[in-house]
Design a protein around this ligand. Structure first.
Ligand code: GLV
Ligand code: MN
Ligand code: MN
Length: 413
């Protein structure tokens, strides 16, 4: 089949599916809250599995709750996989992750309607706990899938609200019977919104993603002494809140000093006892450091830990640091990257080569097969925000590129 005779994806059907999935766990003012393995996540899994089955796909739920649906090919070979995630952050939008899964199903529906089968099978996957907002590390389901994290360790991971991954998987009925790591995949293509401002600012329609930057998440626990805010002289305090605040400011200054692509975010901070008139005795907070250069990322981690230890000591506070996630930068395989470039060009779409700022399951799948990603623009660069938005035309174009890329990959000799 030549580019001109490719079937076209059904844009309205794709948009309607995004809206329908966006109703599950919907927040009153817009956006969704589907933290991994909550009841809302269960609803979105049930809905997605039903849709997969309606397309005649065989659905496998594995022991870490990943859902993998197969659309048979003409030959029995490892499938070309599409996919992403359907969990969200607590204040998420309709597109992060969901778009990659639903566009994958739209590709299958389009081929199904046209009565077409590829040489290799196709697969569409939703991976457990990609976001890492409730359980760390992020990309946990795909990490177990590729053998990067033992299943038992993943199941024992405790969430920020108490229960473990294993307990929650059982509770929502998604501790599946399929062995993890099956099937083996030929290649992996993830379509995703950019989640940043670059494509929009440069007026480009498709992002050819060349890789993903490195990610280091650390949780700090500071233990001081709680005492009366009105009676404790300033010089006699062991204020965990002060130390946490100093480290947060240092993280920002560190990123600015290192410059380039260094990023630093303090996204979570919990004070104890969290009262107006008590010097805080305990603070638990997280620092998210990212860089495309692993050496610089390591430097940032080392400097941050050294500063934290020194700031805690100066205040007479105990400091513990725990690594929650650490992923080195990843370069995607030219097999996929160049196919994305070719198909975007065949469709006459403007493109930009760029790294991904966010973490994605594709960077984990890249450990076991050629993997790559396609980006479409995010309005205002907003994501992990209820106002996340991508224009319908961009969503449709991205899905068409996905169809053509997997068509080529699945039909190669
Ligand atoms: C995943 O969404 C991340 O934090 O990059
Ligand atoms: Mn995502
Ligand atoms: Mn996300």
């Amino acid at each position: 089949m030549t580019e001109t005779t490719f079937p076209r994806i059904h844009a309205e059907r794709l948009l309607a599916s995004l809206q329908a999935l966006g109703q599950l766990g919907a927040l009153p003012g817009g956006g969704v809250n589907r933290l991994a393995l909550t009841d809302a996540d269960r609803m979105s899994r049930d809905w997605t599995v039903q849709r997969m089955r309606a397309l005649g796909m065989e659905v496998h739920i594995d022991a870490i709750g990943n859902g993998i649906a197969i659309y048979p090919g003409q030959e029995e070979r490892p499938p070309v996989m599409m996919g992403s995630h359907i969990d969200t952050v607590r204040t998420g939008g309709l597109y992060d992750g969901n778009y990659g899964v639903l566009a994958g199903l739209e590709v299958i529906a389009t081929l199904h309607d046209a009565g077409l089968r590829t040489r290799r099978p196709l697969a569409v996957a939703f991976f457990t706990n990609e976001e890492g907002a409730r359980f760390q590390p992020d990309m946990l389901g795909s990490l177990v899938y590729v053998g990067g994290l033992p299943l038992a360790e993943a199941l024992a991971t405790q969430g920020i609200d108490g229960p473990t991954v294993g307990e929650e998987l059982s509770r929502i009925g998604y501790a599946g019977p399929a062995p993890v790591g099956m099937p083996q995949v030929d290649s992996y293509v993830e379509l995703h919104i950019e989640q940043g401002p670059v494509l929009e600012q440069q007026g480009k329609q498709i992002g050819i993603v060349e890789g993903v930057q490195g990610i280091a998440w650390t949780e700090f626990t500071l233990e001081g002494v709680s005492n009366h805010a009105g009676t404790t002289p300033m010089a006699m305090r062991h204020d965990a809140g002060l130390v946490a605040s100093r480290i947060a400011v240092f993280a920002r200054e560190l990123a600015l000093r290192l410059g380039g692509r260094q990023l630093a975010t303090v996204g979570r901070m919990e004070f104890r006892p969290d009262l107006v008139n008590v010097v805080p005795n305990q603070v638990v907070f997280t620092v998210d450091l990212r860089n495309t250069d692993d050496m610089l990322l390591q430097q940032a981690e080392t400097e941050l830990r050294a500063f934290a230890a020194q700031a805690a000591k100066a205040e007479g506070v105990q400091c513990r640091a725990r690594q929650l996630a650490r992923f080195a930068p990843v370069a995607f395989d030219p097999l996929v990257v160049e196919q994305v470039a070719l198909q975007a060009a065949a469709l006459g779409l403007s493109t930009l080569r760029l790294p991904s700022g966010a973490g994605h399951d594709a960077q984990i799948l890249a450990r076991v097969c050629p993997a790559g990603m396609i980006f479409v623009p995010s309005a205002g660069g907003l994501s992990h925000n209820v106002r996340e938005y991508t224009a319908p035309q961009d969503l449709a174009q991205g899905a068409q590129v996905l169809l053509q890329v997997v068509w080529q990959l699945a039909n190669r000799p």
